[in-house]
Design a binder for this molecule. Structure first.
Ligand SMILES: Cc1cc2nc3c(=O)[nH]c(=O)nc-3n(C[C@H](O)[C@H](O)[C@H](O)COP(=O)(O)OP(=O)(O)OC[C@H]3O[C@@H](n4cnc5c(N)ncnc54)[C@H](O)[C@@H]3O)c2cc1C
Ligand code: FES
Length: 329
């Protein structure tokens, strides 16, 4: 079955101010019902001062519990898109967004669920918690870390879940302003007897590194990264073979280079395909390999069936075959 178009438009039905620096955008997709899984995200394409920018935002809604599609955006100091969305978008506006992506999703298990959320990282974790409570009998416990109480998102939603699911759902707040940064002992204390739980982790990189290191195991750990990572290595020498790129009506070829990603090859060929994180998180750079094959260094966005159909994150995909053709649809 053909995949739906990458981009579509949605109308902003409502904007819910969550804190001074965050708001939830309740969206009505123009194409009708929108199929997604809890924990996934969409990438928004906006024009800020005439420059097209792409940024991903996770769903704070869950398909099992919310009739409406919601994403929650938190302001990043000096951030171009988060500030533009929070300061310029009003109810009734139309936004452009991709179909949903992401693999930060529930798996089929009865294991307890632990969530560690730092700041805006609560967004996909709230979606996962709602989904797990509605569609399984799993217990769900969240540890939410924020700078201060006035920055903490979704207090009413979390309190509502606790009231509706006594004995199955609880959440603990940690405020840096009161207790300093979380430390490994606090994380181990929180996990307590749930070492075999599925653990979901989303927040600033130092927070995620701390939690990942402190987790006692042996449970499975799922991680969603909002920010970029270290820059990619520079490509090496020319290799035998050709990388052929098709982007819309444009077609170009360049000799293959050792370690060069398909996105880097496309840029070297003078083309400008879309991208955002360049870290394998957002799927904005997705394209399909129609001839040859490539391996992704990181894939935190595409699902197995998309990979099986030949889709790759071009910011992470390095050719395995001398000749390769990649097509941006
Ligand atoms: C899969 C995915 C899901 C995401 N989901 C959400 C979500 O649900 N809610 C949400 O608010 N954001 C989310 N993000 C982050 C979002 O996509 C943007 O990165 C963020 O809004 C900053 O974009 P900007 O244009 O405002 O800042 P930019 O102009 O890109 O960056 C400005 C400065 O802030 C730094 N920066 C960039 N991102 C962050 C960040 N996340 N935290 C702190 N500093 C940062 C940059 O290094 C730069 O110095 C998600 C990101 C990914 C990849
Ligand atoms: S640009 Fe984000 S996954 Fe490639």
């Amino acid at each position: 079955m053909p995949r739906p178009p990458l981009f579509q438009r949605a109308r902003v039905a409502r904007i819910v101010r969550e804190t001074a620096d965050a708001a939830t955008f309740v969206l009505t997709p123009d194409g009708g019902p929108f199929t997604y899984r809890a924990g996934q995200f969409c990438t928004f394409r906006v024009a800020v001062d005439g420059v097209e920018l792409l940024r991903s935002y996770s769903m704070s809604s869950a398909p099992e519990t919310d009739g409406e599609l919601m994403t929650t955006v938190k302001r990043v100091p000096t951030g171009r898109v988060s500030n533009w969305l929070l300061d310029n978008v009003t109810e009734g506006d139309s936004l452009e967004l991709t179909r949903p992506f992401g693999v930060f999703c529930l798996r089929d298990t009865d294991a307890p669920l632990l969530g560690f959320a730092g700041g805006s990282g609560i967004t996909p974790i709230l979606s996962l918690a709602k989904s797990a409570l509605a569609s399984t009998s799993r217990t769900v416990r969240l540890l939410c870390a924020d700078r201060s109480p006035d920055a903490a998102l979704f207090e009413a939603a979390l309190a509502g879940l606790a009231a509706r699911h006594p004995g199955r759902f609880s959440y603990t707040r940690h405020y840096d302003s009161a207790a300093g940064f979380l430390d490994p002992a606090a994380i181990k204390d929180f996990v307590a007897g749930d070492g075999a739980a599925d653990t979901y982790l989303c927040g600033p990189d130092p927070f995620m590194d701390l939690v990942e290191t402190a987790l006692p195991g042996p449970g499975k750990v799922f991680v969603e990264r909002f920010g970029g990572t270290a820059p990619l290595p520079e490509p090496g020498d020319d290799l035998e073979g050709t990388v052929t790129i098709r982007l819309g009506r444009k077609k170009a070829s360049v000799p293959r280079k050792d370690g060069e990603t398909l996105l880097q090859s496309a840029r070297r060929a003078g083309l400008a395909p879309p991208f955002s994180c360049e870290a394998g998180n957002c799927a904005t750079c997705m394209a399909v390999v129609t001839d040859g094959s490539a391996t992704m260094r990181v894939n935190d966005a595409l699902e197995d069936d998309e990979v099986a159909e030949g889709y790759v994150l071009t910011c992470q995909a390095v050719p395995d075959t001398p000749d390769i053709t990649v097509v941006w649809e």
